[in-house]
Ligand binder design. Sequence first.
Ligand code: SF4
Length: 279
Amino acid sequence: MQFVKGEKYVCMLAPSFVSMYEYPQIIYRLRALGFEKVVEVTFGAKMTNINYYEILKTQKDRTWIASPCPTLVNMIRTKYPHLIPNLVPVHSPMGSMALIVKKHFPGYKIVFVGPCLTKKMEAEELGTVDEVLTFKELNELFSTNNIPEKITEGKYYVTFDKLYNDYTKIYPLSGGLSQTLQYNKILPKKDILVTDGIVNISKILDQFKDGFYKHYKFLDILSCEGGCINGPHMDCKYPIKERIKRVKKYKEYASRFEKDLGRSGKKIDADGIDFSRKF
Ligand code: SF4
């Protein structure tokens, strides 16, 4: 990726970032690289959840399948096209956040940075995200542009821009979506199935009958084992257990110390945005 002179860039950082980078140094490094704004995708995840909640509450005629994972979506489109109507017709956190960013930062080029390769296909399909960089590609950019691990220059010392959210910081963990959905008023826990990995999800998709998988109402499934913290383009020295710990620790830290910084996204900030999506 090249930063073009005269253009302004906003980086939408996937919440899995903390399983491999140091916070807040990573934000300073992204600013030093050339991003004028850096936002976390967590507010997009919150709006995705709000829209899931409405569908799961009102439409109980099938087993719904979570749709933020483009690898899973592609798998359903190619191998299980009869299950396309089961995919929740709502944007992924990346897609939702891109719509929010377009509203709040008009004129900026939008770049999503995360651990996922198939997000490139999703971005191409949606047309709202200008470029997708994987963490591996980001590390290459840091290296070719001589961006150090530790930034000491004051002008880059700014953490995330608006709008973000605390509780969806665990979204990249397997089951993170359903854990942050606040479903207890609409679904008993036993109606939700959480799993990950291609082998496990293939077995489930094979066993659908007449739009349902057993008694389940919602499948929170991801194609990478353990979730996005184990995405194909993580470039990470930490084992999975440590990555999970780091995500949880960051969530705790942010909810304690960053809650009142005035940058949390509220429903009103997404007023007028349609988060629905067709598959
Ligand atoms: S589970 Fe893997 S393939 Fe799916 S969205 Fe996450 S990183 Fe991408």
